[in-house]
Design a protein around this ligand. Structure first.
Ligand SMILES: Nc1ncnc2c1ncn2[C@@H]1O[C@H](COP(=O)(O)OP(=O)(O)OP(=O)(O)O)[C@@H](O)[C@H]1O
Length: 289
């Protein structure tokens, strides 16, 4: 396992408010990560610090073991921002030409294919693009750059379902042939689940969870039954949330279940359902404090 990027103890304040608190994050080479958090969780701040656009008040960013200096960006790196600062008067193709100059592994064949797939007119002025089309120009840059470390901040913002699906499909196809380290920030866990292998979940600037998506799926359950049975079933397990349900209660848990648990559930008339990742995410955030 080789490490592409390490953030240690990152802390950042805007005035008196913490945007990040003592955050640690480690990205391995050639893995797609999701960075999840609600609005204001600190995702953009974290990505900006990695990109060298903001200096953290405290903490370090290392790329392949070497600490980045103040304002320094990683080498062979691409950051697709949520709010682009694309040159409004320029045409789409001119923006791509400019981006190509900064990325030595840029692939024009891919860029032209993506223009077609995303139905963008290369000669249209950027300032005339819709919000979604602007996101797509950023996403073409992110994919065509083939940078070893690529960060996408909310890449599907403003995109309709069809374009979202196309973006994720193109990302996975290109990644299969050109593996690299990709971090996708979003608050939509269900959408990135088929794409990302691992997730970092942050809230109020702190890390709540870092895990593989498939392990989360195998540990996130909704338990229902009468309150005494559910209480004894969940004893010693990580309970994220409980609420009344009919005449009994339901509890969201984050724990692996074994054969003994399944036997007990049958004996106690308890039902067990898998939680959707989005509900798991909500319960985790609600119970995270
Ligand atoms: N320039 C700024 N000045 C003051 N406060 C800021 C600034 N930028 C961000 N913040 C605050 O820092 C916190 C983290 O914001 P950030 O944009 O990093 O979150 P986010 O997870 O990217 O949110 P979103 O999903 O809404 O884009 C929020 O409380 C936000 O209000």
């Amino acid at each position: 396992m080789s490490i592409a990027l390490t953030c240690s103890n990152l802390t950042n304040k805007y005035g008196r408010n913490y945007a990040l608190r003592d955050l640690d994050l480690q990205l391995e080479e050639n893995v797609i990560y999701g960075l999840l958090g609600q609005n204001g969780a600190g995702k953009t701040t974290l990505l900006n610090i990695i990109a060298g656009g903001i200096c953290a008040n405290y903490g370090t960013v290392k790329v392949r073991g070497t600490k980045l200096g103040r304002g320094e960006s990683p080498v062979d790196f691409c950051f697709v921002r949520e709010k682009h600062k694309l040159f409004g008067g320029a045409r789409v193709i001119e923006v791509l030409q400019l981006a190509a100059n900064f990325h030595p592994k840029w692939d024009w064949v891919l860029a032209h294919k993506l223009l077609e797939t995303f139905r963008l007119d290369p000669n249209q002025k950027v300032k005339q693009l819709s919000r979604g089309a602007e996101s797509l120009v950023g996403n073409i840059i992110g994919l065509s750059s083939r940078a070893a470390i690529t960060l996408f901040d909310e890449p599907v913002l403003g995109l309709d379902v069809l374009m979202r699906e196309r973006f994720y499909k193109e990302l996975l196809m290109d990644y299969a042939n050109h593996p690299r380290t990709i971090l996708l920030s979003t608050h939509l866990i269900d959408e990135i689940a088929p794409v990302a292998e691992r997730v970092y979940i942050i809230d109020e600037g702190s890390l709540l969870l870092h895990d593989e998506i498939h392990r989360i799926r195998m540990s996130a359950y909704l338990i229902r039954g009468n309150s005494i049975a559910v209480g004894s079933f969940t004893e010693g397990k990580r309970v994220l949330h409980t609420e009344s349900y009919g005449h009994g209660i339901q509890a969201a848990i984050f724990d692996r279940l074994n054969d003994g648990d399944m036997r007990m559930a049958r004996q106690q008339d308890i039902t067990i359902e898998s939680l959707t990742l989005q509900r798991f995410f909500s319960y985790l955030i609600e119970g995270g404090h």
